[in-house]
Design a protein. Structure first.
Length: 285
C-alpha cells in the first residue's frame, strides 16, 4: 500500500537537517530565559500533563467563533472582539509551547519548528485581520481571518502529529503498572548494589533503577524517564533525587515524585526489601 502523502511529508520534515542550526540557536535562547519556577508552571508539572494544549484552546476557540460570526452579513463587533481575545491569548500559549519544544528530541523539534512557524503565520494574519476590522475594512478583515483560520488548522494538525504520533508530552512510564506482574521480584544480592551508585536491573523486561543509600536504605524507580524515556540509571544522584541525563527532570528516589520538570508525571516507584541477602522489589500500587 502506498504511504499516505501527508505522513510522507511529515516524515520528511523529521529527517530534514537543514533547520538544525536554527533549532540550536532558538533552543538555547528558550532554555536561557530567566523563568525560574514559572518554567515548571508552563510545562504543566502542577497539572500532571503539558499545559500548552489546554492554553491553545482559547485562541483557537475565539478565532473559530469569530469565523462563524463572520459568515453573517454586515460587520460583527463580537467577531472583532473574539479576534482580539485570540491574539491576546496566543502569546502565553506560545511561550508554554516553546519551553516544551526546547526539551524535545531533535526530530521532534524539527516538526515543532514548522508547527511554530505555521502558528506564527496565523497570528500575523489575525493581526492584519484586526487592523482591517478596526479601520473599517470589514471584507479584508474577514479574508485575513479565514486565511488565519486555515493556518491554525494546519498548525493543529502538526501539533496532533507531535502529540499522538511522536508522543511528545505523553507519560512514557505509564505502561509500567500494566506490564509488571504483582508480587515481589528478586533482582540480585545486596553486594550488587554499591552505596550511592545507580544500578539498572530488569523486572518482567521493565528497566528498574536501584539506588542504595550510604545508610543502607534501598530505593527503586522505573528506569525510563516519564518525560521522553531517558535512562535514569545514567543520571546524577544527589540529595535523595535522581536527575535525568537527557533533559534534566528530577525525581525523588523515595516515591518517584517529579521535583522538577520538564517531566509532568512522576516515576512509578517500588517497595524494596532484603530476603536472605537478596534484594527484592514490588511495584507500589
Amino acid at each position: 500500500m502506498r504511504q499516505n502523502r501527508v505522513l510522507w511529508l511529515l516524515d520528511a520534515v523529521e529527517r530534514n537537517t537543514r533547520t538544525d542550526s536554527v533549532i540550536d540557536v532558538l533552543g538555547r535562547a528558550v532554555r536561557s530565559l530567566p523563568l525560574g519556577d514559572v518554567r515548571d508552571l508552563l510545562h504543566g508539572r502542577w497539572l500532571g500533563h503539558p499545559v500548552h494544549p489546554l492554553m491553545v484552546q482559547v485562541p483557537i476557540g475565539s478565532w473559530l467563533s469569530a469565523a462563524v460570526l463572520d459568515l453573517r452579513p454586515g460587520r460583527s463587533r463580537e467577531a472583532d472582539l473574539l479576534v482580539g481575545v485570540g491574539l491576546a491569548a496566543a502569546a502565553p500559549a506560545a511561550l508554554a509551547g516553546a519551553v516544551d519544544w526546547a526539551e524535545l528530541h531533535r526530530q521532534h523539534m524539527r516538526v515543532g519548528l514548522v508547527h511554530a512557524l505555521t502558528n506564527t503565520a496565523a497570528v500575523v494574519l489575525y493581526g492584519a485581520s484586526l487592523v482591517c476590522r478596526l479601520t473599517g475594512r470589514t471584507g479584508a478583515g474577514r479574508a485575513y481571518g479565514f486565511l488565519g483560520l486555515s493556518a491554525v488548522g494546519l498548525g493543529g494538525m502538526l501539533g496532533g502529529h507531535l502529540a499522538y504520533r511522536l508522543a511528545c508530552g505523553a507519560n512514557h512510564a505509564e505502561e509500567v503498572p500494566h506490564v509488571l506482574t504483582d508480587g515481589w521480584h528478586r533482582i540480585g544480592t545486596v553486594d550488587e548494589f554499591p552505596a550511592g551508585q545507580s544500578v539498572r536491573r530488569s523486572v518482567d523486561d521493565v528497566p528498574v533503577l536501584v539506588v542504595r543509600e550510604l545508610g543502607g536504605t534501598l530505593h527503586a524507580l522505573a528506569e525510563r524517564c516519564s518525560h521522553l524515556a531517558g535512562p535514569l540509571s545514567e543520571g546524577t544522584v544527589a540529595d535523595g533525587c535522581v536527575r535525568c541525563p537527557w533533559h534534566g527532570s528530577v525525581f525523588r528516589l523515595s516515591d518517584g515524585w517529579n521535583v522538577r520538570g520538564p517531566a509532568t508525571a512522576p516515576q512509578p516507584a517500588f517497595d524494596t526489601r532484603i530476603v536472605d541477602g537478596h534484594v527484592e522489589v514490588r511495584l507500589r500500587r
